[in-house]
Design a protein around this ligand. Structure first.
Ligand SMILES: [Zn+2]
Length: 384
């Protein structure tokens, strides 16, 4: 990023020039020039609004197109002049020191940090049921939205894995990380027979699966294998069951053994967690599903992996952090802050990357990082 200019003494005609530029910009709807926080999920994904931890990038009520700070009328127009100096022809009755730059919206580039206005987002109650960190389990129902960002896996997948049937769908927001994970597994092992055995399910599909289990083992046992309709992560499009292709259109159970243990070890790097680990069945109330992986985003998957927790434990843990006392985490080259809130109004530092996900319980998990760079040693003397 560029160091911030401090246009304190602008000749009046320059001020007029860029005021004209503002008007023209508004009239012609000029395209964004950056500035907009990586707010949006180009996927129009269901849920979460992402700025970018690990670079998800999601949408939400705020979308890059709404994000302020787009055009930048505070940029000084170029005026020819000797040595880049601009001649002052401001009338003498105006004290140039009183000419303040017009701050249209906090743009990370050209205003002083102290002048940044916070970014305020107003959430809807339905947003609580959207986002990568939704908790959906035996106890917490998922209100399946009328519209979801589902795509056919076969339209987006890479060649290193297969979907068990052509009609399978997932949230478009997880296709990129899923492809990355599958490609990495193939590159490291040379194995290419992993399939997606189950992906998005609607309410009726879940009912059918549960009924099948119930016929075989009775309803009580069946519920440890398949959730009640409405209580399955598969409704979100953020979960996959892996399988193994063994020829003749047959798939075997993905046990996660041998070379396939790679997934349980490495999925977090791609934002996926093994959702129902063997040592957490008392909390998840779901059998050790060695095949079920759930997308939560890279930063959160990393923290869950590091803690050795299941998603229930992680969401409970985050509930202890507030806007005033955030969880601070170093991840990659960024410091992220994470907190839980039940407020429908969320305020963030302007210019930050952020992700807001409903927890599907009572509010939101907010994740952000102050992504803009400070001017390099602006107050330091120059190196000789
Ligand atoms: Zn599953």
């Amino acid at each position: 990023m560029k160091p911030r200019a401090k246009p304190q003494k602008l000749p009046i005609f320059i001020v007029l020039l860029f005021m004209l530029a503002v008007v023209l910009t508004i009239l012609h709807g000029m395209p964004d020039e950056a500035g907009a926080p990586h707010a949006a999920d180009e996927n129009g994904s269901p849920p979460a609004q992402t700025g970018s931890p690990g670079s998800p990038g999601s949408p939400g009520p705020t979308d890059a197109s709404e994000a302020p700070g787009a055009t930048d009328p505070t940029r000084t127009p170029e005026v020819p002049g000797a040595n880049g100096e601009v001649e002052s022809d401001a009338p003498s009755y105006i004290d140039p020191d009183e000419l303040r730059p017009i701050v249209v919206y906090p743009g990370p580039d050209e205003t002083d940090e102290e002048e940044y206005e916070p970014l305020t987002l107003r959430m809807e109650r339905s947003d609580i049921g959207k986002g990568n960190l939704m908790l959906i389990n035996y106890d917490i129902v998922y209100q399946i939205p009328k519209t979801q960002d589902l795509v056919l896996i076969n339209d987006y997948k890479t060649s290193t894995y297969e979907a068990a049937d052509d009609a399978m769908e997932l949230s478009i927001s997880i296709m990129r990380p899923l492809n990355a994970m599958m490609d990495a597994f193939y590159e490291e092992t040379g194995i290419r027979n992993v399939t997606i055995a189950s992906a998005y399910r609607d309410y009726y599909r879940q009912q059918t699966i549960l009924d099948d289990y119930a016929k075989r083992m009775g309803r009580a046992a069946a519920l440890k294998w398949a959730a009640l309709p409405g209580y399955s992560e598969h409704h979100s499009g953020l979960a996959v069951d892996l399988g193994l292709h063994i020829g003749d259109k047959k798939d075997a159970t993905f046990t996660g053994e041998g070379s396939y243990a790679w997934f349980a070890r490495n999925s977090y790097k791609y934002g996926f967690i093994l959702r129902y680990p063997e040592n957490k069945t008392d909390i998840t109330r779901t059998v050790n599903e060695t095949w079920h992986f759930r997308y939560v985003g890279e930063l959160h998957a990393y923290l869950i992996k590091q803690k050795g927790w299941c998603l229930e434990e992680y969401i409970e843990y985050l509930g202890g952090f507030t806007p005033e006392a955030t969880l601070k985490v170093e991840f990659g080259s960024e410091i992220y802050e994470i907190y839980h809130t039940t407020s429908m109004v969320i305020t963030l530092p302007s210019g930050c990357d952020y992700e807001i996900s409903g927890n599907n319980i009572d509010g939101f998990i907010v994740t952000f990082s102050q992504s803009f760079e400070k001017p390099a040693n602006s107050s330091e003397p120059e190196m000789q």
